[in-house]
Design a protein around this ligand. Structure first.
Ligand code: FES
Length: 126
């Protein structure tokens, strides 16, 4: 299946304008993640940011299987190996680079990537 096009947050009902700071790099240690939630009235947008081996990945925090967030209570998105993103609901595993589900009920589906840039010590929406 083809990966979905990157999501521009300002095109969503609850997302912030382009150029908004999502998280400072200083607050995101290597192998660290952040669960970020935006709301606007009844609308909700949930993102996950994961730093992994010097790379940064930002996805909509929504599992393609049942639509729930990958995490449950905290900012931990990596599996026990530290190499894959894991959905804690039914255990789907995702490649952090591509967002491809490599194992689990949504195998072959992708997480929705988010358009972003890294500058001035932070991760910003595009
Ligand atoms: S909701 Fe993620 S594996 Fe089922």
């Amino acid at each position: 299946m083809t990966p979905p096009a990157p999501l521009h947050l300002e095109d969503t009902a609850a997302g912030p304008p382009a150029g908004s700071l999502l998280v400072r790099l200083a607050d995101l240690p290597d192998h660290g993640g952040k669960d970020i939630i935006f709301t606007d009235g009844p609308h909700l947008l949930q993102l996950l940011v994961q730093r992994h081996g010097g790379e940064i990945y930002v996805y909509e925090n929504r599992c393609p299987h049942a639509g729930t967030p990958l995490n449950l209570f905290n900012d931990r998105f990596l599996d026990i190996s530290g190499k894959r993103l894991i959905c804690r609901t039914h255990g789907a595993l995702f490649d952090p680079q591509s967002g491809l589900c490599v194992r689990g009920p949504c195998k072959g589906d992708h997480l929705r990537p988010v358009a972003f840039e890294v500058r001035d010590g932070g991760i910003y929406s595009l």
